[in-house]
Design a protein around this ligand. Structure first.
Ligand code: ADP
Ligand code: MG
Length: 230
């Protein structure tokens, strides 16, 4: 499976200890192909976000393995882990997580700043990303002043700016009205199609899941079934 960008083997994740222990993932084995769009579907509380956080190396499993490009991700620690995450992944969450009272441009430049890119190059790359999302005219606006749909475009521009190989999106349309949500869905799926970016999308929207190459259904911390879209 050298074509897999991410693989998990018998992934378990428990929160809490003793009588408070909750087993959120109970043995998830999964392979995500390079350039694939994968929908993670399931009811609230089934373990979707937990799985996504582990895949994105934002949290550690209780047991089991995660392979990134075939390498054991458990070996990545500290600064190397942060750098790898910053260079390889882009994130789009339901809550926009934009830095308030800061310009759109500064928000989009942030991952580049973290990556140590110089200020000139930062600005050029961030403006390109904003341009791709039709948001360059808002570069100087305060990120707090935008509509939900505009905020999510800025978030996607920020997710794109480091040219990630994988974008993780957790309920990306959850805070948007359906028309705006549909636009954001199109943008994400086009990134997959046009740029070959792997898309890992958490959703409980069956229609959106059907637009992905493959869906996995999570229930009570386990993958129930996998389905290829027509
Ligand atoms: P989903 O994204 O499918 O709604 P989550 O992965 O967020 O589900 O959560 C799965 C289960 O794990 C839920 O029952 C949730 O309450 C529990 N859980 C998630 N995060 C934590 C945490 N940090 N501490 C304790 N329990 C948690
Ligand atoms: Mg969730």
């Amino acid at each position: 499976m050298s074509e897999a960008v991410l693989e998990t083997k018998d992934l378990h994740k428990s929160y809490g200890k003793g009588s408070n222990r909750f087993d959120a993932l109970k043995g998830v084995t999964l392979s995500i192909g390079r350039g694939e769009s994968l929908a993670i579907v399931g009811k609230s509380g089934s373990g979707k976000s937990t799985l996504m956080h582990l895949l994105a190396l934002l949290d550690r499993p209780t047991s089991g393995e995660i392979l990134l490009n075939g390498d054991d991700a458990a070996r990545l620690k500290g600064r190397i882990l942060n750098t790898t995450r910053n260079h390889t992944f882009g994130f789009v969450f339901q809550q926009f997580f934009l830095v308030p009272n800061t310009s759109v441009l500064d928000n989009v430049m942030l991952p580049l700043k973290i990556a140590g890119i110089g200020s000139r190059a930062r600005k050029i790359q961030a403006m390109e990303a904003l341009d791709a999302l039709d948001m360059s005219d808002k570069a100087k606006s305060n990120a707090t002043d935008l509509s939900g749909g505009q905020k999510q475009r800025v978030v996607i521009a920020r997710a794109l700016v480091n040219e990630p190989s994988v974008i993780f999106a957790d309920e990306p349309t959850g805070n948007l009205d359906s028309a705006t949500g549909a636009v954001v869905e199109d943008i994400l799926l086009d990134l997959k199609k046009d740029r070959g970016i792997t898309l890992v999308l958490v959703t409980h929207d069956a229609d959106l899941a059907a637009r992905c190459d493959r869906s996995i259904f999570v229930k009570d911390g386990l993958i129930l079934e996998q389905e290829l879209s027509a």
